[in-house]
Design a protein around this ligand. Structure first.
Ligand SMILES: Nc1ncnc2c1ncn2[C@@H]1O[C@H](COP(=O)(O)OP(=O)(O)OP(=O)(O)O)[C@@H](O)[C@H]1O
Length: 536
């Protein structure tokens, strides 16, 4: 088990050189210890250090501002603690999501605007980065996948996502269009089908009368949610080809053909809750209504067959008409239904934010999912305000408010059994692959010490890190740096919980150019983000 905490630091003093700074790197093992992390940070800040010191120098900033100093010279360089990443335990479960090699479907859903698309996209990036060829599909009528990846993914076709080393494809299905296609097919072949059918039996008169019943008009009043169901079945159906357009065929082929069998993760970004709930109950509804229509059709068929035999007419095979399409639709709905409920292959991940309204809606969604036997195990709580040593009143109030909502989640009978994945609120828009990678690592698996600086001024400069952990730490990866010194002191430092015996590690690096992994080149070129991997 890897335990870690990362401090997320920025340099808000543009244009100045920094020669040395230290970071407090706390490893606590419960996300409920955020406050403890902040307290430990403050204690650390206030305590004089031999090799570096950190102290609060600004009480007006929304984040704690820290200054650094060294043995040789004092620096006026300013850094800001931006956030403390969630510990591994808070995001437990992601390893399981990645580990299995067989194909898995992850459907992300929740209240409107909580970050479903951002989470679906960053999860897809994460899967791809962990070696799973992945497809991310949006079935939300109001797509934002293109916006999230900052690439044009529209058009209803599989589009390769640029900016990743591993294969990641995206697909934005337009449920409205899928519905229109269905209606168009139905109109073209359906309206006259009953009449044609009766004509073929030599019973045109009867056909006219039945035609007046306008059975197929039932299609015009199809229930809400069908558009998304058709879109999902369009993407996932493996054997039923209802639409003859090229893109739909391509989409359907991807699941069954050898060429696309390589995809082991399919992430679905679904529409907001209400739509999803309607979608879940739709297959049953369709089953009942289509079943009735099909029964009627069969009765007519056997009646006309009886009449025809009386008149000695030859039985002719009626051509594929609207009712056959209905049958196909019914079968496809059953496929969607099966897919939603297959716990071996599918998981519905609820996305929420820590507000009372969102939590209540998530609870209702969870109850409905359980009622419908849809497998749900995880709840992503997005936009959690990270703790900091700040005395910002607004942040403090907001944080308390969020804590109450998190408590609500923990005590909610529907949500309590779910694994929580906390994703922090970040102060930049989650847009573009680097940002999505960043969010995935912070929110889903933050094994890094991440800090930021506004300028590249750290070439050939030394960085000293002091990491404190209940367990011995090791530096797993320091990109573009040369490890200068490493000193591990296993003595308890007495600043952490007495139960724990913290180790202290001092690491010194020589920083080299391009010491960056995640840079917001596409959207925020001025805001590079660096990472340092420390395993504890
Ligand atoms: N953790 C986060 N920190 C900061 N901003 C975020 C975070 N998560 C999402 N956002 C921002 O919130 C906005 C809405 O996110 P997103 O489109 O992912 O939500 P959604 O639930 O898919 O919305 P909709 O219901 O409209 O489809 C976006 O601008 C996104 O960048």
């Amino acid at each position: 088990m890897i335990w870690y905490r990362s401090l997320y630091i920025t340099n808000n003093s543009i244009g100045k050189r920094a020669s040395l700074f230290s970071l407090l790197f706390n490893t606590l093992h419960s996300h409920s210890l955020h406050a403890m992390a902040a307290a430990a940070l403050l204690r650390h800040i206030c305590k004089p250090q031999t090799y570096a010191s950190l102290r609060i120098i600004s009480k007006t900033s929304s984040y704690a501002s820290l200054s650094t100093s060294t043995d040789t010279k004092r620096l006026s360089h300013l850094f800001q603690v931006r956030s403390v990443c969630a510990p591994a335990e808070a995001v437990a479960g992601f390893d399981e999501m990645v580990a299995q090699t067989q194909r898995k479907y992850y459907m992300l859903g929740g209240k409107g605007g909580v970050g479903k698309t951002s989470c679906a996209a960053s999860l897809a990036v994460k899967f791809a980065n962990h070696g799973h060829p992945t497809i991310v599909v949006s079935t939300d009528p109001a797509h934002s996948l293109s916006d999230s990846f900052d690439q044009d993914l529209a058009g209803g076709m599989l589009v390769p996502v640029q900016g990743l080393d591993s294969p990641l494809y995206a697909l934005e299905i337009n449920p409205g269009k899928a519905m229109e296609e269905f209606q168009a097919t139905r109109k073209k072949e359906g309206d006259g089908s009953m009449r044609n059918f009766m004509d073929s039996m030599g019973l045109g008169m009867l056909g006219d009368q039945l035609g007046e019943l306008k059975l197929e008009e039932l299609f015009d009043t199809l229930p809400p949610g069908l558009d998304e169901a058709i879109a999902i079945s369009k993407a996932l159906a493996t054997q039923f080809v209802l639409f003859n357009d090229k893109s739909a065929l391509q989409v359907m082929q991807f699941l069954e053909s050898q060429e696309y069998s390589m995809f082991t993760r399919i992430v679905l970004d679904t529409a907001p809750t209400g739509h999803t709930l309607r979608l879940l109950s739709l297959p049953d509804f369709m089953d009942a209504s289509i079943g009735k229509m099909m029964k009627l059709k069969q009765k007519i068929a056997s009646a006309t067959s009886a009449i025809k035999s009386v008149f000695g007419k030859e039985e002719s095979q009626p051509r594929l008409d609207a009712s056959d399409k209905l049958k196909q639709l019914k079968e496809r709905m059953a496929k969607v239904r099966e897919l939603f409920r297959d716990s071996e292959t599918t998981e519905f991940v609820i996305v929420t934010i820590p507000t009372v309204m969102a939590v209540r809606e998530s609870s209702r969604l969870c109850a409905s999912l359980k009622k419908e036997n849809v497998p749900v195990q995880r709840l992503i709580v997005n936009q959690v305000l990270p703790p900091s040593a700040s005395n910002c009143n607004f942040c403090e109030m907001k944080r308390k408010d969020q804590m109450r909502s998190l408590d609500m989640i923990r005590s909610d009978p529907e949500l309590t059994g779910l694994s929580l994945i906390q994703a922090p609120l970040v102060d930049a828009e989650i847009r573009g692959v680097p940002a999505l990678k960043f969010m995935a690592d912070k929110g889903v698996c933050s094994r890094f010490l991440i800090f930021q600086e506004w300028d590249h001024h750290f070439l050939n400069e030394k960085l000293r890190l002091r990491a404190r952990s209940p367990r011995p730490c090791s530096v797993a990866r320091v990109p573009n740096t040369r490890l200068e010194e490493r000193e591990c002191n296993p003595q308890p430092q007495g600043e952490m919980d007495n139960q724990e015996k913290p180790f202290e590690m001092k690491i010194s690096f020589l920083l080299q150019r391009h010491w960056s992994f995640y840079t917001y080149q596409s959207s925020l070129s001025h805001w590079p983000v660096y990472e340092l991997r420390v395993l504890c």
